[in-house]
Ligand binder design. Structure first.
Ligand code: ATP
Ligand code: MG
Length: 426
């Protein structure tokens, strides 16, 4: 039997309702905060990611699914969304109409990492990006929006970790200090980090190898090298977070795994996922738009790990499964043909109906109606049809009523609508 690829997964009915609910919640909240949906392709030129995420990052070095296209050089299954959103902002000159743009996008990402709990090779992200706003208030507002989103989804026990990576000015002095530290610690670092120490020292701070992590505990922090403007920006972010009552931790060594970040960076961490404790991450990338050939516009964004979110929410998929409003139990060929017409009419009218097309006994149809959790069963029997009526059974109260068949679909729609709007909850 052919199985799915390691690190990939199916999201089956029974689980998918929770995913749908999370998506719906994201759309509604993000749109209330002024974000518009953007849909970007899954495949992009490999160069887009190499130039934005950075050549020396784990993602670009080891994790991308890149392969030659027949004529167009190397193409890559997107490992993240920001680069594509920036490309779209530039390519369609969206900034010309209004440099301030707010986008969100939801979809799969691909990274060839070692599969384990909370880490997949195809995983899903909910992303948001803001262009054209310098103010630190937007940084705090994004974190506020993520926290609101999580609280709507019954996720608790979260902690916001924040840091500032400064601008290129602050970065220069910091890199020198970090390089001095790294050359002294060189023996304790993994082979990758030895190389990175020379090419891109900041990357060592993000290495997941335990011995590297340990060696970096004493590393200098960029916070001690921030220029006055970056210090002011970071202070304003902290002040705004306090105003919003968002608890946060200053994580002096947090750099995140992508090269494009500047100033504010953050990660939302949970205590309940073991090693894969980041459920969202983001930050400013004030120079990326320009680097990719666009205008000099500041930007900030984040990505929420959808799969990890599903694992930590207290909500249950079962609570979002829509049960049939009505089950049509038809007995005999003539009844079946009439019931089939009603079955289709219910669907058109927004009533969720089920009909057993296999012509089984009343007993087994009732069993099935019960199993599916139908609110009502409409019994369409030969005798009833002769008498011009059908029997409606309320599956909660077990009450049965004979109803004349003229305008039956409308009659039943009324009963069900009344129930839904009369706050009788099934
Ligand atoms: P991590 O430190 O866990 O590797 P990351 O820094 O690589 O995360 P980002 O690139 O910032 O993560 O992506 C944002 C979010 O996407 C992460 O916080 C996480 O929740 C989720 N995520 C990242 N990689 C994976 C993966 N392989 N499987 C599932 N979720 C992932
Ligand atoms: Mg990672």
């Amino acid at each position: 039997m052919i199985q799915l690829i390691r690190g990939f997964k199916d999201i089956l009915p029974g689980e998918v309702e929770l995913w749908q609910h999370i998506e719906k919640t994201a759309r509604s909240l993000f749109e209330d905060f002024g974000f518009k949906e953007i849909r970007i392709p899954i495949l992009e030129h490999a160069e887009l990611f190499a130039r934005s995420i950075g050549e020396d990052t784990d993602i670009v070095e080891k994790e991308m699914y890149t392969f030659p296209d027949k004529k167009r050089g190397l193409i890559t299954l997107r490992p993240e969304a920001t680069a594509s959103v920036v490309r779209a902002y530039i390519q369609h000159t969206l900034y010309a109409k209004d440099p301030i743009q707010k986008f969100y996008t939801i979809g799969p990402m691909f990274r060839r990492e070692r599969p384990q709990k909370g880490r997949y090779r195809q995983f899903y992200q909910i992303n948001a990006e803001v262009f054209g706003i310098d103010s630190p208030l937007i940084d705090a507002q994004l974190i506020f929006m993520i926290m609101t989103f999580f609280s709507r989804l019954s996720v608790t026990g979260l902690e916001a970790h924040i840091n500032s990576l400064g601008c290129h000015k602050c970065r220069r002095n910091f890199k020198d200090a970090l390089s001095v530290f790294l050359s002294a610690a060189s023996e304790k670092l993994c082979t990758d980090c030895k190389r990175r120490s020379l090419r891109n020292p900041l990357r060592v701070l993000d290495c997941k190898v335990p011995s590297c992590k340990e060696a970096m505990v004493e590393a200098p922090s960029i916070l001690d090298y921030l220029c006055p403007e970056c210090t002011m920006h970071f202070n304003a972010v902290k002040d705004a977070l306090k105003k919003f009552n968002i608890p946060f931790v200053i994580d002096r060594l947090l750099v995140r795994g992508l090269d494009y970040y500047t100033r504010t960076t953050f990660e939302i961490q949970t205590g309940s996922l073991g090693a894969q404790n980041a459920v969202a991450g983001g930050g400013r990338y004030d120079t990326l738009v320009k680097t990719l050939g666009g205008p000099d516009q500041p930007a900030i964004g984040f990505a929420i790990g959808f799969d990890r979110l599903v694992e930590i929410t207290d909500l249950k998929s079962a609570d979002f499964v829509r049960k049939p409003d009505i089950f049509l139990a038809a007995l005999g060929e003539k009844s079946m043909s009439i019931a089939f017409e009603w079955f289709c009419a219910f669907g058109v009218d927004g009533i969720k109906a089920e009909l057993d097309l296999n012509g089984r006994s009343l007993k087994s149809q009732m069993k099935r109606a019960d199993k599916l959790g139908a609110g009502y069963v409409l019994i369409v029997g030969k005798k009833e049809l002769e008498e011009g009526s059908v029997i409606l059974r309320n599956m909660t109260t077990k009450e049965q009523t004979a109803i004349p068949i003229d305008n039956i679909v409308e009659k039943i729609k009324k009963i069900i609508d009344h129930e839904l709007h009369g706050y009788i909850k099934r």
